[in-house]
Design a protein around this ligand. Structure first.
Ligand code: PAF
Length: 279
C-alpha cells in the first residue's frame, strides 16, 4: 500500500498504478476504521483496478468542538487494516491540502435534506460534508465511490453533490454492518464503556420493533413504544421518526415496501449515535 499526503503525489501514484485507463474506486473515511469501512474497501477492491482510501477528520463537518476533539485517531491500526483489505493507496491529506488558501466554498441546494433530522440538529454539518467530499472527489478523480447506509442522510446529500458536479461518477451505497448484537458499527462506539455498548444495542432493537409493529399499529404508536424502550434503557433520544426513504419527508403513515425509513439519533454516555432501518 502506498501512503501519500499531497494531491500531486496522489495523482502521480494513481496514474503509475493505473497505467492508463484503469478503474479507480474510492472510499472516503475519517479513520478509526471498523468492519463497516473494511467491507467497503474490500468491495471496492473487488470491483476496481485501483482502490484509494482517504483518512481525513474534516473539521468543517463538526458542529460540536468536543466531538471533533474527541474523534478517535488510530492511524497505525487503520494502516494495518487497510493493508489486509487490499487498499492500494492511502491518502492522508492535511487541512492545507484539502482547503488551500485559494479554496472557495461551494454552495449546493440540498432542498429539504439539510432541513430535517441531522440538518437542524447539526447546523453546518452537511455543508462541511459537501466541501470535503467535493475536494476529495476532485483530488482522487475516482470512477466510483463507496459510502455506508448507516449515514443514510449523508448518502442522499452525496447523491445531490454527484448530480451537481460529477455526473459521470458512480456511487455505491452499502448495507450497515452490525455487531452480532445488532449495534451498527461506528467509530464513535470506541468511546463507549462496556456498559454503554450494551445499552446501545437497544437502538437497533427499537428500530426492529418499529418494523415489526407495522403489521399491527400506526406509526405514531410504534414510534412511541420504541422511544419508551430507549428511554427505559437510559438512552436519550434526539429524534426517532418515520420518513419516505426516497425523499426523507417525514411520514405519519406507513409507506410502500422499501420506502419506509426509520431514523434515530440518540445519546449514550455522552456519545451521539445514529442508525436507521429500511423496510
Ligand atoms: O462518513 C464519513 O466518514 C465522513 O462524513 C466522510 C464522508 C468521510 C466525509 O468526511
Amino acid at each position: 500500500m502506498r501512503v501519500v499526503t499531497s494531491d500531486i503525489e496522489l495523482q502521480q501514484v494513481i496514474s503509475e498504478l493505473s497505467k492508463g485507463n484503469a478503474r479507480v474506486g474510492f472510499v472516503p473515511t475519517m479513520g478509526a476504521l471498523h468492519e463497516g469501512h473494511i467491507q467497503l474497501v474490500k468491495q471496492c477492491h473487488e470491483e476496481n483496478d485501483v482502490t484509494v482510501v482517504s483518512i481525513f477528520v474534516n473539521p468543517k463537518q463538526f458542529n460540536n468542538k468536543e466531538d471533533f476533539d474527541k474523534y478517535p485517531i488510530t492511524v497505525e491500526q487503520d494502516k494495518h487494516m487497510l493493508e489486509n483489505a487490499f487498499c492500494d493507496v492511502l491518502f492522508l491529506p492535511t487541512v492545507d491540502v484539502v482547503y488551500p488558501e485559494k479554496y472557495k466554498t461551494v454552495q449546493v441546494n440540498l432542498g429539504i435534506l439539510d432541513k430535517v433530522f441531522e440538518g437542524p440538529q447539526r447546523p453546518g454539518h452537511f455543508d462541511g460534508v459537501i466541501q470535503v467530499v467535493k475536494r476529495l472527489f476532485e483530488m482522487v478523480q475516482p470512477h466510483v465511490a463507496y459510502f455506508g447506509f448507516k449515514d443514510f442522510q449523508q448518502c442522499m446529500v452525496v447523491k445531490v453533490l454527484r448530480n451537481t458536479f460529477f455526473p459521470k461518477l458512480e456511487l455505491r451505497f452499502s448495507e450497515t454492518i452490525r455487531q452480532k448484537d445488532g449495534l451498527a458499527m461506528s467509530s464513535r462506539n470506541m468511546r463507549l464503556s462496556a456498559v454503554g455498548l450494551e445499552k446501545a444495542t437497544h437502538i437497533y432493537k427499537a428500530l426492529k420493533m418499529v418494523r415489526e409493529l407495522k403489521k399491527h399499529i400506526e406509526p405514531f404508536d410504534a414510534l412511541k413504544y420504541a422511544r419508551h424502550i430507549l428511554t427505559q434503557n437510559g438512552i436519550e433520544v434526539e429524534y426517532l421518526a418515520l420518513a419516505n426513504a426516497d425523499t426523507l419527508i417525514e411520514s405519519k403513515k406507513w409507506l410502500r415496501k422499501d420506502k419506509n425509513v426509520v431514523l434515530v439519533a440518540a445519546w449514550v454516555e455522552g456519545v451521539r449515535l445514529i442508525d436507521n432501518i429500511i423496510f
